[in-house]
Design a binder for this molecule. Structure first.
Ligand SMILES: Cc1ncc(COP(=O)(O)O)c(C=O)c1O
Length: 390
């Protein structure tokens, strides 16, 4: 079977002519083409912002080239001789959340076609599928062995039996599982199923220690798209920048359908600064710090009596999951919920109760904070659990 993108993308989107502006042809001179305000931003102080009366660059080639270069340099597929990632492999979104929505809109006919997700997983796939009137098919991760890995045989079987599934979302490292999904399984899925797109959401990839990004695979498998974001390792959740690495052909489609000015000038300026070598060093240092603290927090919390000492999920993201046990050593949502509330109200530490997610009974998901924040968390967590015992 060969992959044919024209059969995956909705026909009118596949043949879409992107919006063009006069500035695609002429960038200089007196700019009277876009109905902007020639007097500048109406701010009291425009220092540093004097260009904000102009629409932003719709293409962002500088940032795209830099992020592609960064991921090429980090590639774990270097000995496979794949074509390097270039700016043509990238489409930018207002956070990965926009990229998720764009892929669903591009590929799934509302009311007819579907996406496949693997619970427990990130909640926005289901929100976006609802918004787009696209049904959700669930194939849970393997939880029995606590690996939270993809159930590849069941995924393949489900795809074989339901030809209306157009996208498969794999979260790697998973949220809330923290587990990297075996890249070999991603390759196997991409080579065995060609009637849709395998979307690998790598929001947490820089915190992974058990493997690297699948992004370079997009030049091997035209049916793979890899989502990344500046919200996590780069510490830039506030600027809202997500990116999709995919084949040049699909990237062209996604770029054609996006709102032309979806990335603001402020976002793109900060994003470019984040790609400077000194900034990349800072990113790597903070990731290192998070990884160190992650091990420490996990060790301290799982040594408590009422916390399972079996690690739940993986250690490839900037959070951990811990499972709260009752006096019979059974995972307990009631206790986990009480702990979650007391942490927030009495100790002013906000975590996330995940006990109703598939395979996560009794679990709290805890983001790894700074050392001081973690000191406070561990102290309060221990104190509340001790009080709950009595
Ligand atoms: C797995 C996953 N994907 C995507 C996102 C959203 O990222 P962004 O901030 O880029 O929209 C999150 C945010 O928590 C996430 O956990």
């Amino acid at each position: 079977m060969t992959f044919d993108l024209s059969k995956i993308v909705r026909p009118r989107i596949f043949s879409l002519e992107p919006y063009r502006c006069a500035r695609d042809d002429f960038k200089e001179g007196i700019l009277l083409d876009a109905n902007e305000n020639p007097h500048g931003p109406t701010l009291k102080d425009t220092k540093g912002y004097s260009d904000l009366n102009r629409y932003p660059d719709p293409h962002q080639l500088g940032f795209k080239t830099k992020i592609a270069g960064l991921r090429n340099a980090q590639s774990s597929f270097k000995n496979e001789n794949l074509d390097p990632l270039t700016s043509d492999n990238v489409c930018l979104g207002v956070g990965s959340d926009e990229s998720i929505d764009a892929l669903i809109r591009a590929c799934c006919v509302p009311g007819k076609e579907k996406i496949l997700v693997m619970p427990p997983t990130y909640g926005m796939y289901s929100v976006c599928s609802d918004i787009n009137d696209v049904d959700l098919v669930k194939v849970p991760l393997v939880v029995e062995d606590n690996s939270f890995q993809m159930n590849l045989p069941l995924v393949l079987e489900t795809l074989k039996n339901d030809k209306s599934i157009k996208l498969v979302f794999i979260t790697s490292p998973g949220n809330p599982t923290g587990a990297l999904v075996d890249p070999k399984k991603i390759e196997e899925l991409a080579s065995q199923w060609q009637s849709g797109i395998v979307v690998v959401d790598e929001a947490y990839i820089d915190f992974a220690v058990t493997g690297g990004s699948a992004a370079p695979l997009v030049n091997k498998f035209p049916n793979v798209a890899v989502l990344q974001t500046l919200s996590k390792s780069f510490g830039l959740a506030g600027v809202r920048l997500g990116l999709t690495f995919t084949s040049k052909q699909l990237s062209k489609v996604l770029n054609a359908m996006k709102a032309p000015y979806n990335i603001s000038s402020l976002t793109s300026e900060i994003a470019l600064r984040a790609m400077e070598p000194e900034s990349i060093e800072i990113m790597k240092n903070t990731v290192h710090e998070v990884i160190e603290q992650r091990g420490r927090v996990l060790k301290e919390l799982t040594s408590l009596d009422q916390v399972s000492n079996t690690q739940i999920g993986g250690l490839d993201a900037n959070f951990i999951m811990v499972q709260i046990l009752d006096s019979d050593s059974k995972p307990c949502n009631r206790l986990a919920k009480t702990l979650y509330s007391k942490l927030a109200t009495e100790s002013k530490v906000v975590t996330r109760f995940r006990g109703t997610e598939y395979g996560c009974v009794g679990c709290l998901r805890i983001t790894i904070g700074t050392k001081d924040e973690n000191d406070h968390l561990v102290k309060e967590f221990t104190k509340i659990l001790e009080n709950l015992k009595n």
